[in-house]
Design a binder for this molecule. Structure first.
Ligand SMILES: Nc1ncnc2c1ncn2[C@@H]1O[C@H](COP(=O)(O)OP(=O)(O)OP(=O)(O)O)[C@@H](O)[C@H]1O
Length: 524
């Protein structure tokens, strides 16, 4: 509800009230036909036809405007909802968030579309139906209270149907959503690896994986729709059953002269419309139920974080005091103790899988130690915002050089230029400018330039503590040396983890450690 624009919602309700007049107008039209024929009032015929045609033209126009108003509401709700969800996801992201990209991509592309169709738009349908029912009810009660109540009493039975099927529909849609997430992740992997699949002529092999996933999604989708259809079918059957009993009572009342024929037609028509509206309401509830899991997920995602915002402060010391970390029952780090002072360049070497990245994640607060303590300036690491990482896999965006350095934040051109120059990108900027598009995954840049771009980002954001996680492993030795010379001479505090560093770079580090069997040993 917090994403609803009150003014637009008010407009939608007003449209619903105006459109709600259509049913009484229909009923009055039919009742009047019987009055004209019964009383042979030929003189009324032409004005009657003109009024009816004009009335229907107005309602057609109103229907069109109503759709436009609903669409404007949907735009406003979607816009705010998606922005808030993305904001929460970006805030809550940690290295250990499971299947972060695939799950959320699928949620945004599939689940939120389902939410729009089956919840947001349905809510407007519900409003229209409810308002139309009330307006029609008032009109019908005006004609005859008792008979109207008889008609309505028979609506109660089918109205119980959606509650009966609600859970089942929610569960089936939940299965669809889970399978869709799984399929989205798989599709992303397969498309990323398309070149290798083609080179190895392995399309058939991959299809053995993808076909069951596609089938699973489609079957789950059909199963959810089947359950909705069953619920709607049961409700519809009951409605027919319950409609003709009051009609019989109405016919009896007209025959014995308790009501006129025109009154009977008006009540029967109005009640029919109310019943139809109620059927629509039940069908809408069934559709709404199919989004229960999605709405729960949104509520969870939007829950405000209790963690205090980290603050920028000058870095002085990093201390790891007897830090241990396990993954499941396997010990990755045991009793690691380390002290890093401002301005020091630290290298931690170790074989693949020895726990180097894990150690960095403990330092940046993304992982929590099983025992021991990690602190920066004698405070919890999560309170400190001055860290950045040069990654093995570059974190770059398919956008301009400027955006990749500033991440969209407000910096002067001069500051961006200076950061790029210090990071060794002066030549690139001179040649291509700051609006140069770097392409998907930075494909329009060399590997070395991508690293420099990450370094420029750290300089521009004034990060004191820089981590390099195998940041130069994919580069040739000459480029690796050049990058190291740039970063290690920035006068920042640098902690690099790598299993192979060019020998000529080693003297640039103040301290070198090795990590093996979960233990950190000082080499120099
Ligand atoms: N998310 C995870 N879930 C389970 N195990 C993990 C996870 N991440 C890492 N590991 C395991 O923890 C151990 C340490 O991994 P880590 O990535 O820290 O090593 P590393 O020294 O950085 O390796 P590399 O040099 O190959 O990057 C490895 O055995 C790895 O398989």
């Amino acid at each position: 509800m917090r994403f609803v624009n009150k003014r637009l919602m008010g407009l939608a309700i007003l449209m619903a009230v105006l459109l709600g007049l259509e049913t009484p107008f229909n009923a009055a039209t039919y009742a009047f036909i019987f009055t004209i024929i019964g009383g042979k009032h030929l003189a009324w015929l032409v004005p009657f036809v003109v009024i009816v045609i004009s009335g229907y033209l107005i309602f057609t126009l109103l229907t069109y405007w109503n759709t436009r108003v609903v669409n404007r509401n949907v735009v406003a709700i979607n816009q705010h909802l998606k922005a808030a969800l993305l904001r929460s996801l970006l805030r809550e992201r940690t290295v250990d968030t499971k299947d972060f990209v695939a799950t959320n991509l699928s949620f945004f592309m599939n689940d939120l579309k389902l939410l729009e169709d089956n919840y947001i738009r349905q809510l407007f349908t519900l409003i229209s139906l409810a308002v139309a029912s009330v307006v029609t009810l008032v009109y019908s009660l005006k004609n005859n209270v008792v008979l109207t109540l008889v008609f309505l009493a028979f609506m109660v039975i089918p109205a119980a149907v959606p509650g009966r099927f609600g859970k089942q529909i929610g569960a089936k849609t939940g299965i669809w959503s889970t399978r869709n997430n799984h399929w989205s992740g798989m599709l992303k992997d397969v498309l990323t690896g398309a070149l290798s699949i083609r080179q190895y002529r392995a399309i058939r092999g991959v299809e053995e994986k993808t076909n069951p996933a596609i089938q699973g999604v489609e079957q789950a989708n059909a199963a959810a729709k089947n359950t909705i259809a069953l619920s709607n079918g049961v409700a519809e059957g009951l409605f027919y059953l319950c409609t003709y009993i009051p009609i019989g009572i109405g016919i009896y009342a007209a025959v014995i002269g308790r009501i006129s024929l025109a009154q009977f037609v008006a009540i029967q028509y109005s009640s029919n419309m109310i019943i139809n509206s109620a059927r629509g309401v039940i069908s809408s509830f069934n559709t709404l139920n199919s989004t229960t899991k999605i709405r729960d997920h949104i509520r969870q995602t939007l829950q405000p974080t209790t963690a205090p915002e980290a603050t920028m402060m000058a870095f002085n010391t990093l201390t790891l005091d007897r830090v241990a970390f396990n993954r499941d029952s396997t010990s990755i780090l045991k009793d690691v103790t380390l002290k890093v002072n401002r301005g020091e360049n630290i290298l931690i070497q170790g074989e693949s899988g020895s726990g180097k990245t894990t150690l960095l994640r403990l330092i940046d607060g993304a992982l929590q130690p099983a025992s021991g303590q990690v602190s920066i300036n004698n405070q919890a690491v999560t309170d400190y915002a001055g860290m950045s990482t040069v990654n093995q896999t570059p974190i770059v965006f398919n956008d301009s050089l400027r955006f990749n350095v500033t991440l969209g934040m407000a910096f002067t051109d001069e500051a961006v230029l200076q950061a790029c120059q210090r990071a060794g990108l002066a030549e690139l900027i001179e040649k291509d400018g700051m609006d140069y598009q770097i392409g998907e995954g930075g494909q329009n840049l060399s590997g070395g330039q991508i690293k420099r771009l990450e370094i420029a980002r750290a300089i521009l954001f004034d990060r004191d503590l820089i981590f390099i996680d195998e940041g130069t492993a994919s580069l040739d030795e000459k480029t690796s040396i050049a990058i190291h010379q740039t970063i290690l001479r920035l006068n920042k505090t640098v902690i690099e983890v790598d299993h192979h560093i060019p020998a000529s770079v080693l003297p640039l580090f103040d301290h070198v450690y090795t990590l093996a069997a979960g233990e950190l040993t000082a080499v120099r």
